[in-house]
Design a protein around this ligand. Structure first.
Ligand SMILES: [Zn+2]
Length: 399
């Protein structure tokens, strides 16, 4: 195993950083979820959030955008639970930050990620913003809170093997959270539950992380399964950029992986939106339910705004937001193919994308209630010489 990891390390060094996705959850995924969350709010909050929808959707990717400038930012987006224990790390990790810090030290928590506490911190800031009736701060912290809650829904944000880099599955991160949603959005059912303030925000976000962790086995194993029948030439696409060769999964492979993973990505997106809305709602309630129309000028939605919202709510309920081109992310994220992209030598690659798959099954590829052990290979690599090296590769800025 040591050997495999070392040679993987060499491959990474030769290839340069594994191609970071254009965006993670992708900017695309983050923006879709944040927009959909607005449709799941109660009427008392919806008008305000709808009025500010373009800003919310734009600002919800700010935490990823500042990662290059702010070194402290990276660890706020994930928590590598399997660092703490191979089996059921949730039993070992105190949910409360103070207790967790006492047990593992602040440095360790920072190193392996703090997303649950970052969510709670931003929720507190949002409560304060509501109390202050500060529109700018409400929009800002609603967007930031949305980002971190959304990150907690991504299985690969809960493991040291966050990019499949320890199991020779490098690039898995952007395949899961960017390539698949961008490619299959037309098949996704985005209409989720209405917002419901959680009784306990700390438990709610830890529940999200525990469920994400439960999807890891499927996330890794199905990549292996999908690989059968692919050669390195057909599995990956190589891109030359700035003198470096980068590798990402080919669209043909993405199609195969998507077939196996089924509705997992769609399912996590559909669950993330109501959780975002629920956190906004709970912050607003805790702040004493301020009248948000008092912060709107004009105080009510115009006839035109109302009509737009109606159309969007109907499309949301009918699951046709992407088909109707009503997602702001679709309008902004026209994908431009790099001119110097080298297509893998797979004749199938030249074919147009297949017809959209039938609607994904309601049940995703993993049970959400029972957290399973993450990828077995990773567990075996603990303490191996190559592991630290691979782990210490900074996570790309867009994650
Ligand atoms: Zn993030």
């Amino acid at each position: 195993m040591k050997k495999i990891i070392l040679s993987l390390g060499l491959a990474v060094a030769l290839l340069g950083p594994l191609a970071p996705a254009a965006h993670a959850w992708g900017f695309f995924g983050h923006r879709v979820i944040t927009q959909v969350a607005i449709y799941e709010l109660p009427a008392s909050m919806q008008a305000f959030y709808f009025r500010h929808m373009p800003e919310l959707v734009r600002l919800c990717t700010a935490p990823d955008e500042r990662r290059n400038q702010d070194k402290a930012e990276a660890s706020r987006h994930y928590i590598d639970m399997d660092h703490y224990a191979e089996d059921n790390p949730f039993a070992k990790m105190p949910r409360d930050y103070e207790n967790a810090q006492e047990k593992f030290t602040a440095d360790t928590l920072r190193k392996y990620g703090t997303v649950p506490w970052t969510v709670l911190e931003n929720r507190t800031k949002l409560v304060e913003a509501f109390r202050e009736r500060d529109t700018t701060a409400i929009v800002k912290y609603s967007a930031e809170l949305a980002h971190y809650v959304e990150d907690a829904f991504v299985p690969l944000h809960t493991t040291v093997n966050y990019d499949g880099q320890l199991t020779n599955q490098g690039g898995l991160h952007s395949l899961w959270e960017s390539q698949l949603p961008e490619r299959y959005i037309l098949t996704y059912k985005l209409s989720g539950d209405e917002a419901k303030a959680p009784a306990n925000s700390q438990d709610a976000i830890w529940g999200v992380i525990q469920n994400s962790y439960g999807f890891l086995t499927a996330t890794f194993d199905l990549e292996t399964k999908a690989s059968k029948g692919f050669t390195p030439q057909t599995k990956y696409t190589y891109t030359h950029r700035f003198g470096k060769t980068q590798r990402r999964y080919s669209d043909a492979f993405a199609d195969e992986y998507n077939k196996l993973v089924g509705g997992q990505v769609d399912f996590r997106m559909r669950q993330a939106a109501p959780m975002v809305a629920s956190f906004w709602l709970s912050a607003w309630q805790e702040a004493g339910r301020p009248d948000l129309s008092g912060l709107m000028y004009p105080a009510k939605l115009s006839k035109e705004e109302k009509e737009k919202l109606d159309v969007q709510l109907k499309a949301f309920k009918a699951n046709t937001l992407p088909q109707d081109q009503l997602l702001l992310a679709q309008q902004k994220e026209k994908k431009v193919e790099a001119p110097d992209e080298i297509k893998a030598a797979d004749p199938n690659e030249a074919l147009p994308p297949p017809e959209p798959e039938p609607a994904p099954a309601e049940e995703p590829a993993a049970t959400v209630t029972t957290p399973a052990a993450p990828a077995k290979v990773k567990v075996k690599t603990k303490g191996a010489a190559g592991t630290e090296k691979a782990k210490s590769k900074p996570k790309p800025a867009s994650w």
